[in-house]
Design a protein around this ligand. Structure first.
Ligand code: PLP
Length: 377
């Protein structure tokens, strides 16, 4: 590549209906283009305080420690594990897809002892299996699982899993990356202890931020640590003083100023719509999408009671080259959908109806494009 030929990057305009990132609302992009100010500027500090209140609303929590981490959701995951786990802590990880596997790796790298509860990819986490495992592991400290498994389009029953975990004196560590803003996430009511999410799925913001929230019980465990958290950047003891309200803020790192404008706007939009209305919209649009999919003779991978409205796993029909279909959607229609991951590579498409992208126009467009391509392949 000749450096002299490189000019400004102008991306194509796509419709994003994959597993994330999802379409970013123009209001969010506009907010991000506003002037950068200093991260200790009192105007910026006020905005950070508002962000905490908006995130408490999105998470349905009164947790004081509710902030966006300056890094993608994978860092939110890592933050929860590195802070909560002390050497040799026993952690139960429920796995029913790709992201549970990453949780396992996090536990191992933190020096925790991991015990797996495995369910089939495409099914929800089985609460009975969790309870059986807890009975055999009374010394377990933490139960970790994914609420909305983006790799398979399955949602698990957070409330029940948290109840079981607490019955055995465990803290709960929950991935809500794809659920937040799309389906109910009730941190206080369901007693979730350490929770992380992402900006680029149902919040319709750009990727790169990870909202997190921690209960009093989680904070107690973190404060009682004997050894320091091995990650300096993700050590919540330091991050907490950075996000302390108003003038008490201590310098930790330079906030991603404009990215946070974007998240603030995305959350203002969520508040304007109303959280319950956003959940209802995702459900209603999923049902409309489903009618179109079934009318084409296609079927869903996941049984109805466990389906995520914002992530539809569709079985690839016999004899269809799934890669070619996705390629044509992208080149002919500027429409991005996702492929299967891991065990499900080649056998499903993952079609997201997340956040701003969950609307009737996208649904008709996607169904029309797929009908065209499948009819001609
Ligand atoms: C997308 C996703 C992640 C990772 O998010 P990044 O922003 O890519 O780090 C983690 N968990 C789930 C369930 C996801 O869907």
């Amino acid at each position: 590549m000749n450096i002299n030929e490189i000019q400004s990057f102008v991306p194509p305009v796509r419709t994003l209906m994959g597993p994330g990132p999802s379409d970013v609302h123009p209001r969010v992009l506009q907010a991000m283009a506003r002037p950068t100010i200093g991260h200790l500027d009192s105007n910026f500090v006020d905005m950070m305080d508002e962000l905490k209140v908006l995130l408490q609303y999105a998470f349905q929590t009164e947790n004081a420690l509710t902030i966006p981490l300056s890094a993608p959701a994978s860092a939110g995951m890592e933050c929860c594990f590195v802070n909560l786990i002390e050497l040799t802590d026993k952690v139960i990880v429920c796995q029913n897809g790709v992201f549970g596997g990453r949780m396992k790796e996090n536990v191992e790298r933190c020096g925790g002892m991991v015990v797996m509860v495995e369910d089939e990819w495409g099914s929800a986490v089985d609460p009975n299996k969790l309870e059986e495992t807890l009975k055999l592991n009374s010394d377990a400290k933490i139960v970790a699982f994914v609420h909305a498994e983006t790799s398979t389009g399955v949602q698990s029953d957070v409330k029940t899993l948290c109840e079981i975990a607490h019955k055995y004196d465990c803290l709960t560590l929950v991935d809500t990356v794809t659920s937040l803003g799309g389906t109910p996430v009730k941190v206080d009511e369901w007693q979730m202890d350490a929770v992380y999410s992402g900006s680029q799925k149902c919040l319709s913001c750009t990727p790169g931020l990870s909202p997190v929230t921690f209960s009093e019980a989680a904070i107690e465990k973190i404060k009682a640590r004997r050894l320091r958290v091995q990650s300096w950047f993700l050590d919540l003891n330091l991050v907490m003083s950075y996000w302390a309200s108003g003038a008490k803020r201590a310098y930790h790192h330079t906030a991603p100023i404009n990215a946070l404008y974007g998240l603030h706007e995305a959350l203002v939009m969520l508040k304007e719509e109303g959280l319950e209305n956003a959940w209802a919209r995702h459900e209603k649009n999923h049902q409309a999408f489903r009618l179109g999919i079934e009318a084409m003779g296609l079927s869903f991978k996941v049984k109805e009671s466990e389906r995520l409205p914002q992530l539809n796993a569709i079985n690839v029909p016999e004899g269809i080259d799934e890669v070619a279909v996705r390629k044509r959607l992208l080149t002919q229609y500027n429409l991005e959908i996702g492929a299967g991951l891991g065990n499900l590579a080649g056998s499903i498409w993952r079609i997201g109806l997340m956040g701003y992208a969950s609307n009737m126009k996208n649904i008709s467009y996607c169904i029309g494009a797929m009908a065209d391509i499948l009819g001609n392949s």
